[in-house]
Design a protein around this ligand. Structure first.
Ligand SMILES: [Cu+2]
Length: 163
């Protein structure tokens, strides 16, 4: 009798250990598949579908404003979340600010230049030092691999005058 109880206890233990092992194996498998998909999406430049109803906009300054530098630019977003660059979470991305209307290909990952600023830490504002005169600003919200969503999510392009 004692032996039977022991045996049952041991087999229960073994069964749960097997279950844990199977879960762990499935988690590893899922992680590997996810990683493979991410690498493929990045290599092939596959655009992420835009989160439904998401909007990106510049909170301040406003179109037509005359400001004294440095200029605080505040980024607005609704219907989507913010995640750091490189972190793939559904419905999230990070902000990019286009200064003075650079030409960008919305089907490719955005380049990092003086005119295409990335906010890959998840920032929602920045301070720009701009020469006196007219400047344009536009936000593009892009996915974890810096690639604009499909369809792309960009703000209105605003023009400001720096004194
Ligand atoms: Cu980026």
């Amino acid at each position: 009798m004692k032996h039977t109880i022991k045996l049952i206890a041991i087999s229960t233990l073994l069964l749960s250990a097997t279950a844990v092992y199977a879960d762990w194996k499935q988690d590893l498998k899922d992680a590997a598949i996810q990683k493979g998909n991410n690498t493929a999406a990045e290599k092939l430049g596959i655009a992420t579908p835009a989160p439904a109803g998401a909007k990106v906009y510049i909170i301040s300054p406003k179109n037509g404003d005359t400001v004294t530098g440095p200029v605080l630019v505040q980024f607005g977003l609704s219907g989507a979340g913010i995640a750091p660059a490189g972190t793939q979470v559904d419905g999230t991305g990070h902000h990019h600010l286009l200064v003075d209307d650079p030409t960008v290909d919305l089907s490719q990952a955005l380049p990092m230049t003086d005119q295409v600023k990335h906010f890959g830490k998840g920032q929602t504002e920045t301070t720009l030092t701009l020469k006196p005169g007219k400047h344009t600003l536009q936000l593009i919200f892009a996915d974890w691999k810096h690639q604009p969503f499909n369809p792309s999510l960009s703000s209105e392009k605003i023009t400001i005058t720096v004194k």
